[in-house]
Ligand binder design. Structure first.
Ligand code: FAD
Length: 532
């Protein structure tokens, strides 16, 4: 007999763990499946040297008192090992794993129109039937490996950062090449610079990386801070990006007197984290002039840290290649100083493209760069890749890969026309990458849980987003994109890092306005959805 569930949660990151915990509390028959071997979501897969979160704690943790009351972080921006330990603590407190099937990748699901059920198949042949699917796949479930000639012929170790060997890989004395300078690339460079005999960094686009301002906590100090946590979590939920202390001024940066503006920039710089990105003035991501002021401030600060002026120009060009913050800024601790070291070399692949990877290393221009390890810090088929690699078959045989070939269509980034009873969390066309992960897991998560309760309590067994609602949401997303500078960068926010992927804004950049739309939908009887 195939097991039949009320809800199958797929994905054991913050979103999935929260769904499992709350839905179980509310009496749903719910199970969670994850392709990984432990809880933690992306922190299970991204165990590369230097992997670290860019949202600080207590922003980046659950707000349930039963979880935080006896947990103490050692660092303001914890690394992957501590994050994994945190998820073990979460498990111990909430007793999640007894309802989790690990090492289970959902490969296909077919909607049974007669019975309003999903028949789900996993890679290992396991099958399950469920009324609803909560897809908590995150935005980084599908690693992107570019099609570089000869990649498979390399005789050394070659790994994507998100498929890093679980038992680690040592850089000591090795010749290491890092392809890509996004967030993961920056983090690997900071580690590899210390012990690699040679570090070749292949850069296409300079990373407008911001100072992390890491801090180490004293246990006593952290414990005392906890009395403020309920208020901190309340503010976090009400904030623009899910971070309680990142709150930009309403004024336009360009209209603020220079000395005042520079002071605010300096303060944000010293506070670190995402303060300089989204905590100064609210028009930084929408006004060209204000944006340029932030860029110039960053560039001048960064140039001071790089000894060679030519190199400084490559890492922090006088003229920006794209607006500041239109690609996700990474946080760094000593990234730029790495390039002052004799063992570190920057290879600008705009000037010297990678021609091939061969048995011994990388051929770039007329050079052969011999390597022992190649790190592919080449990012993700973000946001849509995870769900589109599942063979989802909805109404009348509709396949998600066909439906979204021309671009994502969803209602509120939660429901998809033709795919009834499937609800996405932290998915495309919701705030995702513009929302602190745990905040989204709880706030959007509660909205979905209330919807599921409402369906159950009203005896409804089928919910589907309407085409009209999805089209109106898509129009809204396009308008939103046009009101920002985000479309001006070839970023994964826009799907532009993947050849052939439709260019569209994949994340809703206004968290509070997004929640207003969700709440209006709920208050109007879940307008935009159809029910049976
Ligand atoms: P995830 O944590 O991504 O978990 C998704 C889970 O789904 C994974 O465990 C995966 O195995 C599973 N899964 C996917 N497909 C299947 C399938 N077919 N079958 C079974 N299981 C499947 N966010 C921030 O807010 N701040 C940060 O600083 C930050 N840093 C990040 C750094 C990195 C390197 C990455 C990759 C992401 C970062 N993020 C950050 C985003 C991060 O995804 C969220 O913080 C958070 O992890 C989202 O939780 P989630 O539960 O939605 O998804």
């Amino acid at each position: 007999m195939t097991e039949q569930l009320d809800v199958l949660v797929v994905g054991a990151g913050y979103s999935g763990c929260y769904q499992l915990y709350r839905l179980r509390q509310k009496g749903f028959n719910v199970k969670l499946y994850d392709a990984g071997a432990e809880l933690g979501g992306i922190w299970y897969w991204n165990c590369y040297p230097g992997a670290r979160v860019d949202s600080d704690v207590p922003n980046y943790e659950f707000s349930m008192e039963e979880v935080w009351e006896d947990w103490t972080w050692s660092e303001r921006f914890p690394g992957w090992k501590e994050l994994r330990a945190y998820f073990r603590h979460v498990d111990q407190k909430l007793g999640l794993s007894k309802d989790v099937r690990f090492n289970t990748r959902v490969s296909a699901a077919k909607f049974d129109e007669k019975n309003h059920l999903w028949h789900v198949t996993c890679e290992d042949g396991h099958e399950v039937t469920t009324r609803f699917v909560a897809a908590c796949l995150g935005f980084a479930s599908k690693a992107y490996v570019p099609d570089i000639k000869g990649l498979s012929t390399f005789e050394g170790e070659c790994h994507h950062t998100a498929r890093w060997p679980q038992d680690g890989l040592n850089f000591d004395g090795k010749r290491v090449g890092v392809v890509g300078t996004g967030a993961s690339g920056v983090q690997v460079v900071q580690e590899a610079r210390r012990s690699a005999s040679r570090l070749a960094v292949f850069q296409r686009t300079p990373n407008i990386a911001l100072p992390m301002q890491q801090k180490y906590f004293d246990e006593q100090e952290y414990s005392e801070w906890k009395k403020d946590f309920p208020e901190i979590f309340r503010k976090r939920d009400a904030s623009g990006g899910g971070l309680y202390d990142v709150n930009p001024e309403k004024r336009a940066a360009k209209e603020v007197p220079e000395n005042e503006r520079v002071l605010r920039f300096e303060q944000a710089w010293l506070k670190g984290g995402f303060q300089f990105w989204s905590g100064t003035y609210s028009d930084i991501l929408s006004d060209v002039e204000s944006n340029r002021l932030a860029y110039d401030f960053w560039r001048d600060k960064t140039h001071l840290r790089i000894h060679d002026p030519e190199l400084a120009e490559k890492l922090a060009p006088s003229e920006p290649l794209h607006p500041f913050g239109a690609k996700r800024p990474s946080l760094e601790q000593d990234y730029f100083e790495a390039f002052n070291q004799p063992n570190v070399e920057l290879i600008d692949i705009r000037q010297t493209p990678i021609a091939e990877i061969n048995a011994k290393g990388v051929g770039a221009g007329d050079r052969q760069i011999d390597l022992d390890i190649i790190v592919l810090a080449t990012g993700f088929d973000a946001s849509t890749g995870g769900i589109m690699q599942i063979d989802l078959q909805g109404v009348d045989g509709a396949r998600i890969a066909d439906e979204w070939r021309g671009g994502v269509r969803s209602w509120l980034g939660i429901g998809i026309p033709k795919f009834p009873n499937l609800l996405m969390l932290y998915g495309p066309q919701s705030p995702t990458a513009f929302w602190n992960g745990p905040t989204s897991a709880e706030v959007q998560g509660d909205w979905v849980i209330e919807l599921l309760e409402w369906l159950r309590d009203s005896g409804r067994t089928r919910i589907e987003a309407s085409h009209e609602a999805a089209e109106s949401w898509n129009a809204h997303m396009n308008e939103l994109a046009a009101s920002t500078l985000l479309p001006e960068a070839d970023s994964w926010y826009m799907g532009a890092n993947i050849p052939g992927k439709p260019r569209q804004l994949l994340g809703h950049s206004g968290v509070q306005s997004y929640m207003k739309h969700c709440n209006a939908c709920a208050n109007n009887g879940y307008e935009g959805f159809k029910f049976e």
